[in-house]
Structures are given as C-alpha cells and as structure tokens.
Ligand binder design. Structure first.
Ligand code: DAH
Length: 337
C-alpha cells in the first residue's frame, strides 16, 4: 500500500517536470508500459495474502485509471501550451496600414464613354472600324481623290502594304457602315486615329468620335440640334454654339463648330487666342457623292456627319494645356480623375 502512494507521488512530480510530449511518452512507458511500475504491481498480487488481494487489486486498478487520466490531462495542457507559443511566434499585425488605392479608367476613356453615352441617349448606335484601313475607305470613297490637295490636310502614315494606311480619321467608319446597306443609319464611331503631327496640342495618335445620320428628309437643322444638345450636355452648361462655314471633301455644305470659350467665358484668353471662341468639331451634310459611292440613292436619302477630337474635348473639360500628359502614365496626373 505504501508503494501505491509513493508511485502516485513520483508520477505527479514527473508529470510536473515533463516539458514536452517526448518526455510525457517516457513517463507513460515508465508507469504504464508492459514493464512499467504500475503494470508490475499486478504481478505482485500473488505475494499478497488472499484476503487482501481483492482490495489490493481494486486499488492498483484505480491507481492505473488515475495515472492514465493524469497523463491525458498533462498531454492536453502541454499541447495547449505549445499552441499558445506557436500563435505568439507566428502572430502578424494585420492592422498595419498598406496601400489600398484602386485604379480607375484613363481620363481619355472616361471622356470617350461620356461622349458615347450622350449620343446613345439620343438613339445613336456604336460602330467600329480597323485602325489599319483601306486607303479607298479613308480617302477615295469619302470624295478625297488621289492628288487632291485635301490629302495633305492630314499627313498620313502609310504601311508597307499597297492600298493600306493608318486611318487619319474615323470617317472611314461612315463608309463601312453605309456599305452594309441598312438604312436608316444613326451611328457614332469612337477610336484611335494617326497623323504625322506632334506638338503640345497634337499627338501622332489620338482619338476621335465620328457621327453619322442618314435617313429620308434629314436637314441641316437636325444636325445643328443634335450637335448643340450634345455640347450642352457634355460641358453641362448652356454655352453659346456657332457654326462657321468651312470645307471638307465629304460634306457639302460643311461647317466648323465653335463654342464660347469655356476657359475665359468669351472674354478672350490664351486658349481661345483672344477670339472668345473654341473650335470643337467639323460637320456637314453628307456629300451626295459619298452616298452614291456606297450605293445609296442621294435623291431619296440625305445625311449629316460630324467628327470631333476626344483629347481636345478632354483638355477643355478638364482644363489641361498639354496633350502629352494623357500618354505619360504619370500617376500624379492620372490620379486626379
Ligand atoms: N474627318 C474630319 C477630320 O478628321 C472631321 C470631320 C469633319 C468629320 C466633318 C466629319 C465631318 O464627319 O462631317 O478632320
């Protein structure tokens, strides 16, 4: 009986000093293993007087159960302690500030979408054409024959394949749309265009939006109304608009559209070159030859067309004086939009 008590005391002391699962496994073997201290007590039952055997057996049994329980508990507490140490050593401070700024659409894309949305609300559909275009569509079918001085108005990039070029304007999308032969047409065509031009307000690549309406009984007044409505919505202002007589080979009559200077309000400044007016697009009634070139009877159908530079409109809307800022990918600039 004394042995039982001292075995339990030894076990408690051993468990207390066990620091890890390895040490615990050794303790388990020492007491409960085949040749362990408690297991060998069972073998000594024969040395006990018969009348005490039963109570001795019960005591050894309960010592064994208690030992198992103590070891299990110690195992749990060692594991818990190890977990806490691990959590402490692997802790990361997720509350540290980090850069969570989001990107957004480029100001030119924003301006393009703004333009397109206004025309869509007026019933125009979006058409697109390729940037490498047929010379025939970019010039000839638009009533700009070879050797015509108007070809020099737009210094062209040619590609090394006969009959192709980088489109100098989005007007060839007019031809592509008309050649489909579905009338009436109410379309706008956004996209990149290319010209040999390079200064603070010109870039060799820039964006245009073309517009075309072809239907029966289309008049100059329809054109004026559509363009004025567009400009007032685009600049969110009831600004003065005027049409100034001009020349384009693909329209007759042709006009240039001016708005009252949005920088100085018409008083005269550097941007409007002291005229109080800003030129924002070209337009006109589609030349009958253009319609005929696309197989449309110009006696039955008329149309108006217009074309505008997206960078120019964006520069006026956001008051930017150098077109190059749009292409430099300077985040300090772009983040302002
Ligand atoms: N294509 C002309 C340019 O790039 C702009 C233009 C003028 C387009 C008059 C038109 C138009 O559709 O009718 O300079």
């Amino acid at each position: 009986m004394e042995d039982l008590t001292s075995i339990k005391e030894d076990l408690l002391r051993d468990l207390e000093s066990a620091k890890d699962l390895q040490a615990l496994a050794e303790i388990k073997a020492k007491y409960l293993g085949k040749k362990g201290l408690i297991s060998s007590l069972f073998k000594r039952i024969r040395e006990i007087p018969p009348e005490e055997r039963k109570s001795f057996g019960q005591k050894v049994n309960s010592l064994k159960e208690e030992a198992e329980k103590l070891i299990r508990e110690r195992e749990r507490s060692i594991k818990e302690q190890q977990l806490q140490e691990k959590l402490k050593s692997e802790w990361e401070d997720l509350s540290l500030p980090y850069d969570r700024s989001l990107g957004h659409l480029h100001p030119i894309t924003q301006t393009l979408r703004r333009i397109i949305e206004i025309f869509r609300s007026m019933g125009f559909q979006v058409e697109e054409g390729p940037e490498i275009e047929l010379e025939d569509y970019n010039f000839d079918k638009l009533n700009v024959p070879k050797d015509h001085p108007a070809r020099d108005m737009q210094d062209t990039f040619y590609v090394n394949r006969e009959g192709y070029l980088l489109r100098t304007h989005t007007s060839p999308v007019q031809i592509r749309t008309l050649l489909k032969g579905e009338l009436p047409v109410y379309m706008v065509a956004p996209g990149k265009v290319y010209r040999r031009d390079d200064d603070p307000t010109h870039s060799p690549m820039f964006h245009q939006v073309e517009g075309l309406a072809v239907d029966r009984e289309i008049s100059f007044r329809h054109m004026k109304f559509v363009i004025e409505s567009f400009l007032k919505e685009f600049f969110e202002k009831d600004l003065p608009v005027r049409l100034r007589s001009s020349y384009f080979p693909f329209t007759e009559p042709s006009a240039e559209v001016d708005i009252g200077c949005v920088i100085c309000g018409g008083k005269g400044c550097r941007v409007c070159k002291d005229t109080g007016w800003l030129e924002v697009m070209g337009c006109g009634m589609v030349h009958p030859k253009v319609l005929e070139n696309c197989g449309i009877d110009s006696e039955l159908y008329q149309g108006f067309a217009f074309g505008m530079g997206v960078e120019r409109l964006a520069m006026l809307l956001y008051r930017i004086d150098n077109i190059k800022l749009f292409y430099e990918n300077n985040l300090r600039f772009l983040e302002q939009f």
